[in-house]
Ligand binder design. Structure first.
Ligand code: AP5
Ligand code: MG
Length: 217
């Protein structure tokens, strides 16, 4: 089973992809997490990606397409994945279409989360991300002491360099120019499951599950 979680920065893609990955026992593949891990490990790719990400720019298509092709061919992905942050451009979406034909993918669900701009800025400026287990939190729900409530890592929570108001606004602009056409493309070519991401995390999750089950019928 393949699930693609689409939506603007901060709509809750990572939060919901993590829950869906546990529910369907398939890996959560986030291109953002993969690129941030590469930076943490100080690889050449990671350092170059970090330079672009910190300014709110996309990483070049050929680079992320290469990462996704390699990842989807891993044994752990045989039964499917939850994709978070890919595809984000039309060339990425068309490459993925070809890959799905190659992999003979049958069950594919496209989830599109929507949230208003003000709420996105509020969420991202107060987000903390774990270096170690990739969990995300809001400062509204946790202490700002750097300790991850999920994996227990000391000083593992950080404020992403692209989570400043200036860079968030730039990311939202790039989303509208580059990724909205992908969502429109899927709306025209496949069944798109659109869910109101401004509800509580539990209600967004329940809505996604209900709509996936309805699509299966
Ligand atoms: P990426 O890491 O994917 O960032 P993004 O798409 O901008 O999305 P975010 O991770 O910021 O938000 P999210 O939707 O995952 O929300 P979250 O669940 O954390 O990519 C980063 C960068 O990498 C890109 O800008 C680009 O440079 C590069 N990149 C990655 N993929 C690429 C690609 N395919 N092509 C080219 N470049 C690529 O939630 C946000 C916050 O809200 C959290 O604090 C969370 O706790 C909270 N929250 C979640 N849900 C709710 C809720 N329902 N109610 C209240 N709070 C909530
Ligand atoms: Mg994310």
């Amino acid at each position: 089973m393949f699930v693609i979680v689409l939506g603007a920065p901060g709509v809750g893609k990572g939060t919901q992809a993590n829950l869906l990955s546990q529910a369907f026992t398939i890996p959560h593949i986030s291109t953002g997490d993969i690129l941030r891990d590469a930076y943490k490990n100080q690889t050449q790719l990671g350092i170059e990606a970090h330079r672009l990400i910190s300014k709110g720019n996309f990483v070049p298509d050929e680079l992320v397409i290469g990462i996704i092709k390699e990842t989807l061919l891993e044994d752990r992905c045989t039964n499917g994945v939850v994709l978070d942050g890919f595809p984000r451009t039309l060339p990425q979406a068309k490459t993925l279409d070809a890959l799905f034909i190659e992999l003979n993918t049958k069950d594919l669900f496209l989830v599109n989360l929507t949230v208003g701009d003000e709420e996105i800025i509020r969420r991202l400026t107060s987000r903390r991300t774990c270096h170690d287990c990739h969990s995300v939190f809001s400062l509204i729900e946790i202490e700002d002491d750097g300790k991850c409530p999920i994996c227990g890592g000391e000083n593992s929570l950080f404020h992403r360099s692209d989570d400043t108001e200036e860079v968030i606004k730039k990311r939202m602009g790039i989303f509208e120019n580059q990724t909205l056409p992908v969502i429109n493309y899927y709306d025209e070519t496949r069944t798109l499951i659109t869910v109101d991401g401004a509800q509580t995390i539990a209600n967004v999750y329940q809505d996604i599950i209900t709509k996936i089950n309805a699509t299966k019928l």
